[in-house]
Design a protein around this ligand. Structure first.
Ligand SMILES: C[S@@+](CC[C@H](N)C(=O)[O-])C[C@H]1O[C@@H](n2cnc3c(N)ncnc32)[C@H](O)[C@@H]1O
Length: 255
């Protein structure tokens, strides 16, 4: 059968093609509660609320906004696309931080989109709320100055990450992906500390958070996926303490 998506058959260890046996043992494909339709909606919402609280109290949204806006510094009216926005908190910060930015707030989950539309972002004059799959974006080439996808990449299997790299760099001049840094050492430190964080962020968020760390992609996995995604994609990756990987991806001019 003909396969139109060049990335559809990619299979790769999240630690990359040269992942050690220890890394392969550490890796998991266990789904997070947030990704399971058989888990009650209430619990999935608890995961998102706890994550929102965690990002707020740790100043994470501020960092995400800075790492996004540094790519449009000299642009008085940048067009920004947030993919996998979840609750839309980052988009709200981007709009507040840049008085000329036009932000498209999107997610693949209809419940998220409905609730973002019903909130303040739904009324914001510079925001557009859309249902969008980050692996198949229905926008023209380079329609956006920057697209951003935070804490979502590890939810996707490798062939879908390749599709995000291809699509994100097609519709935006720069694609910024922010996710967890793959580090078994960090995980080993986080496990004994997690119970202390339960009263602050809730058990569901900590449960999913620990799984997330084991599903994070390594830089070598991302380089492999960029090379096999079916388009010319250039990547820069950097570690951002305490636990983030910031990926900046750009594509070749496409006609
Ligand atoms: C852990 S939440 C992250 C939410 C928010 N970006 C943040 O940093 O707090 C992951 C989000 O990715 C979204 N998502 C998963 N697969 C997606 C896809 N293919 N396209 C767009 N969004 C997706 C989910 O619906 C969910 O809202």
């Amino acid at each position: 059968m003909d396969n139109e998506d060049p990335a559809a058959t990619i299979d790769l260890a999240r630690g990359g093609p040269d992942a050690s046996w220890l890394d392969r043992l550490y890796a998991t494909e266990k789904p997070e509660w947030m990704d399971r339709d058989d888990v009650p909606l209430r619990r999935r919402q608890q995961v998102m609320r706890g994550l929102d609280r965690l990002n707020t109290v740790t100043g994470t949204y501020r960092s995400y906004a800075r790492w996004t806006l540094e790519h449009v510094q000299d642009n008085a009216a940048p067009r920004i696309l947030e993919l996998g926005a979840g609750h839309g908190a980052l988009s709200a910060r981007l709009l507040a931080a840049h008085p000329g930015a036009e932000v498209t707030v999107s997610d693949v989950n209809p419940d998220s989109v409905r609730s973002i539309r019903a909130g303040e972002l739904g009324q914001h004059p510079r925001a557009t709320v859309r249902l969008l799959d980050a692996t198949a974006i229905d926008s023209p080439d380079y329609h956006y100055d920057v697209a951003v996808f935070t804490q979502s990449m590890h939810h996707l299997p490798p062939h879908m990450v390749a599709a995000v790299l291809r699509e994100g760099t097609r519709v935006a001049k720069t694609l910024v992906i922010i996710d967890l840094w793959r580090s078994p050492v960090f995980y080993a430190l986080a496990v004994p500390l997690a119970p202390m964080a339960v009263p602050l962020f809730g058990f569901p968020t900590l449960h999913d958070g620990l799984i997330s760390l084991r599903k994070a992609y390594s830089t070598s996995a991302l380089r492999t996926l960029a090379a096999e995604c079916g388009a010319e994609v250039h990547l820069r990756t950097r570690f951002a303490p305490p636990v983030f990987m910031v990926v900046t991806a750009t594509g070749e001019e496409r006609s």
